[in-house]
Design a protein around this ligand. Structure first.
Ligand SMILES: [Zn+2]
Length: 443
């Protein structure tokens, strides 16, 4: 035991540039300091990738790029993209360290199909480098806070990653209740919350509703808990759905956006006006999904991430398949981190009358209707659709009448400009893993 610990400490010497910018974790660094850090980290990453990772060396050679060509942040677009498909089924493809130093793997959830994506971490990357993301104001937990972590702990990174940050960086108390694991049921989580009286909870938007339903069935009033903050992550939702979650739980809910592959990519402040980019952790670019050309601030495109703190398993210009745009204007909260807005996932866009829609855009109009409950599905046939079929549960006490279906259909049609049709059901199946909002059925 002691031997293992010593070995970790010996191997755990951070790279020199992190040594020099040690105050990233505690202080509120200026934009100039963060930009300088990004520049140096990028150079270091590219050099490591080229010298210690055959996959990246080959890619750079094919693109005619050498590490010395990447001197500044403006040189980033010279580097080739990394795609999900290049990682699928290849556990060691990103390795730029000694295999023996890999501490653990996380595995993709499989919701986007295909072979598994494996993301490995050395102890040093996970516990030293990633502890320097420099966003204490966005995750402002402190010792004494009790945090319910209702995210999955197995396979993917979500539960463990937040556990690490809350427990070891912010020294809060974390309760790993998980989400749908072997011992974890909504009822048990509600009992744990009743007993421990937590003041922070992190979960997914849909699981926040599942837990609220369990609390309701057990007659626990969630607003009686001393909650000061809820964090939502793992899946998106519309502002109107978030507003429902906040009302039910009686607490502000801020979103966190990240992924297995990249870790944290964006964190909301209490103003809920976009995700602040943790510049000490990642460089984000917005590119044209077709041409790969880097787009200007304000233009919508695919989000591309370069992780700055993965020295032993670099991830360079990774195409997330998520859509968004960067807003360069300062946020009202006063933080220096620029913001971006998400516009859904490339693969989740649905097509009606040849127009592409993000499901969350459509959800917004649904969730503004008080007659509609918290569970719904968009029912489509594959390909182009003439009509948007919406299967919903109604709010408690609302009668399912043909008149109501007509009224809701014309309201949504007026709002989004496409014909709609409503189907009322008593209860939709509750999600086991990730919530499915769009189902494809043959008409
Ligand atoms: Zn802000």
């Amino acid at each position: 035991m002691e031997f293992l610990f010593k070995r970790h400490l010996q191997n755990a010497k951070p790279v020199p540039l992190l040594d020099r910018i040690t105050n990233l974790k505690d202080a509120e660094p200026s934009l100039a300091v963060l930009t300088e850090f990004q520049k140096e980290a990028l150079r270091e990453m590219v050099s490591r990738a080229y010298n210690h990772n055959p996959f990246y060396r080959e890619k750079m050679k094919r693109a005619g790029i050498k590490p010395e060509d990447i001197k500044d942040l403006e040189d980033l677009p010279k580097l080739p993209f990394t795609s999900k498909d290049e990682l699928r089924g290849k556990p060691w493809v990103l390795l730029a360290a000694n295999k023996n130093d890999i501490s653990f793997f996380n595995v993709s959830t499989g919701t986007t199909g295909g072979e598994e994506i494996y993301i490995m971490n050395t102890w040093r990357d996970y516990y030293l480098h990633e502890f320097s993301p420099g966003h204490p104001k966005l995750f402002n937990l402190k010792p004494g806070d009790i945090c319910i972590n209702a995210l999955p702990y197995e396979m993917s990174s979500a539960g463990l990653a937040f556990h690490k940050v809350f427990m070891e960086v912010q020294e809060a108390t974390v309760v790993p209740v998980g989400k749908g694991g072997a011992y974890s049921t909504p009822e048990k989580i509600i009992r744990v919350m009743r007993d421990l009286q937590p003041n922070v909870i992190i979960t997914t938007p849909s699981y926040a509703i599942t837990l609220a339903e369990a609390a309701d069935a057990m007659s626990l009033d969630l607003s009686s808990l001393p909650l000061k903050k809820m964090w939502l992550t793992g899946e998106g939702c519309s502002p109107a759905f978030r507003a429902r979650v906040e009302k039910i739980w009686g607490v502000t809910a801020n979103f966190h956006y990240g992924s297995l592959e990249c870790g944290v990519l964006g964190i909301e402040c209490d103003f809920h006006s976009g995700y602040h980019i943790p510049l000490g952790h990642v460089i984000l670019e917005i590119v044209d999904p077709e041409t790969g050309e880097v787009l200007a601030p304000g233009e919508i495109g695919e989000i591309v991430a370069t992780c700055l703190l993965r020295f032993d398993a670099p991830l360079i210009r990774y195409r997330t398949q998520d859509l968004g745009y960067i807003d360069p204007d300062p946020c009202r909260c006063g933080l220096v981190f620029p913001r971006f807005f998400l516009r859904g996932r490339l693969v989740d866009q649905i097509t009606i009358r040849s127009i592409k829609f993000s499901p969350f855009y459509l959800e917004e109009f649904l969730m503004r209707q008080p007659e509609i409950g918290n569970w719904y599905q968009f029912v489509l046939k594959p390909g182009n659709n003439d009509i948007l079929r919406i299967r919903v549960e109604l709010a408690q006490g609302v009668e399912p009448t043909p008149e109501l279906a007509d009224k809701l259909a014309s309201k949504i049609e007026f709002a989004v400009g496409i014909p709609c049709e409503f189907e009322f059901v008593t209860k939709l199946i509750r999600p086991g893993v990730k919530t499915v909002r769009v189902v494809y059925e043959e008409a």
